[in-house]
Design a protein around this ligand. Structure first.
Ligand SMILES: [Zn+2]
Length: 146
């Protein structure tokens, strides 16, 4: 990781974990530094209050996904995309309108004045808390609700 990469990861970490109560994804157990900050250019943070904090197994992309944040890679350059901060709302991959996952991207500069990003997350976090994972599982395996 370059110093710029490290700075972005650190800034995003302080915003999500320090200010909003997110956690580093357990998938990164072996990729965190002494301060608990992800030590990788592909960090993942989770919103642990998703589904009112009911824990369910994550089965690759088959089951419901919780609200998370990753940094987006531009595959043409293998560098971070122009809008490198990517949020995936809680829901199902290819779910129905109510339960679909929505991706939202922000530029690095969003961390300088996070007003818009915070407004988005206020909604995305509330949505994630309210979702019932049993409904999501039914949506996923028995077809779109409706
Ligand atoms: Zn549904």
């Amino acid at each position: 990781m370059t110093d710029t990469d490290r700075d972005l990861v650190g800034e995003l970490h302080r915003y999500l974990v320090g200010q909003r109560g997110w956690i580093v994804s357990p998938l990164l157990d072996n990729e965190i530094d002494d301060d608990g900050v992800p030590d990788t250019a592909e960090p993942i943070w989770d919103y642990p209050q998703s589904y009112r904090a009911v824990e369910i197994h994550e089965i690759a992309e088959a089951g419901p996904q919780i609200l998370d944040a990753v940094t987006d890679i531009d595959e043409s350059t293998w560098d971070w995309a122009p809008k490198p901060i990517k949020f995936n709302t809680a829901g199902n991959v290819r779910g129905c309108e109510k339960h679909d996952i929505i991706q939202r991207f922000f530029p690095m500069s969003a961390l300088d004045d996070p007003t818009e990003m915070s407004a988005f997350l206020d909604e995305a976090e509330a949505h994630a808390r309210e979702l019932d994972p049993r409904e999501l599982i039914e949506c996923r395996f028995f077809g779109p609700c409706g």
